[in-house]
Design a protein around this ligand. Sequence first.
Ligand code: ZN
Length: 417
Amino acid sequence: MSTCYVCECRIINRSTVEAVTFAIVLVAVEGFYHFMSLLLHKYPTISNVYREHIILNSIGGKLISPSIICQSCAPEFDSIDTSLSNQLNFFGLMLNIKRDRGENPPVKARIIRTGDEISLNAGGKPVLIRPIIKENQHDGSISIGARDRKEMRIALKGLKRKYSFNKDIEALLNQANSEASYFDEPVNYNLLIDSEKQFRAICKMIVNFYMHNNGNREQILHLIPYIKDGRQQNCVWYYYPFDNLDLDKEPVQILHHLFIKTNSNEKLMYGFVELFSTFKFLILMSKNYIGDSLQYSYCFDVLARTPIASILDISLSRDSVLNIVESRENKLEQLKSNLNKFMLFINKKQANDCISHITQKAIDTSFNGLADGSVPSNDMMRALIENVSEEFAKFFHSQIQFSQENFPANNNYSGDD
Ligand SMILES: [Zn+2]
């Protein structure tokens, strides 16, 4: 029987009750069977099971435990989980990772040059939130960028009211160009950082992992008030023991890692959490640990969406662990360096995804109507080459332009970076 490690209630679902009933039916008196039947009739959905994502669903985690936290306790952690999600959602969105539940919500960003707000959707696709109206003071011209004809009409009506011009709105709409173009403006996105709550969410993640591995509740009891209310102790801090993000490796692996080590001689238990191969934390789980020396680890390939064998082993002395979490040395440079590398990878992945999309779209357009197994005609092949060449030319032009405008020192852009 499972127990919630927060409130110690028994975690039970209806199927468990049914199984117990069935067993009792076989051995017990008829009267007891009726009692259980009535109970089930009255409480048809007896269940306090909560499927806890040990690594947050919002960052692609798939490791789930239905037996560590009950349904009543789970919402108590929403606030800290949301805080961590708010910080990390952006990266899941940019990588366009799949989730167990729901979609990656879009985030708002601001175009640095104009200050206009836009939305970044899955894979970093920029989408206008509202029409962008540019009034040229020199020649008096006005240009409008809108998502569709309806939005353009509303913008034009507003301008007509403002300037009282006579032109027919529908005629103006018919003159508008409808085209898709690459967005080559740098944008600014503010990362929401509330370290205190995020540290508690990291602490909960590692405690979840420990309890998922049949951990002893007594050993982590002191951490529950900290996770719930932020009471007590500095027990989580940034920790960058290695850099395992290898951009030259094919395919590049972006990893979530969980690691716990217990040392019976030093009465120590500590954990390590790594998210997106970039955000890394050390957690002092207990300095009064009583039990065997053990080690647990879990590694998840975020892009392949599959667990992989973990080769991680972090051996630290009691003094080192205490020093790292208590001295709270500034680790901003390590965080920045890891983050820059991660963003380089995201940029490369988005470019590769765009190239795949161009190729697929060109094949679909050029071979439209071709029956399965048929050989494309010469005209179809010619159309394919023309489509691909034209779209690639636009794509690489936008890449070069962006690189030259935003990184003028790096003018020999090759398209590989
Ligand atoms: Zn509970």
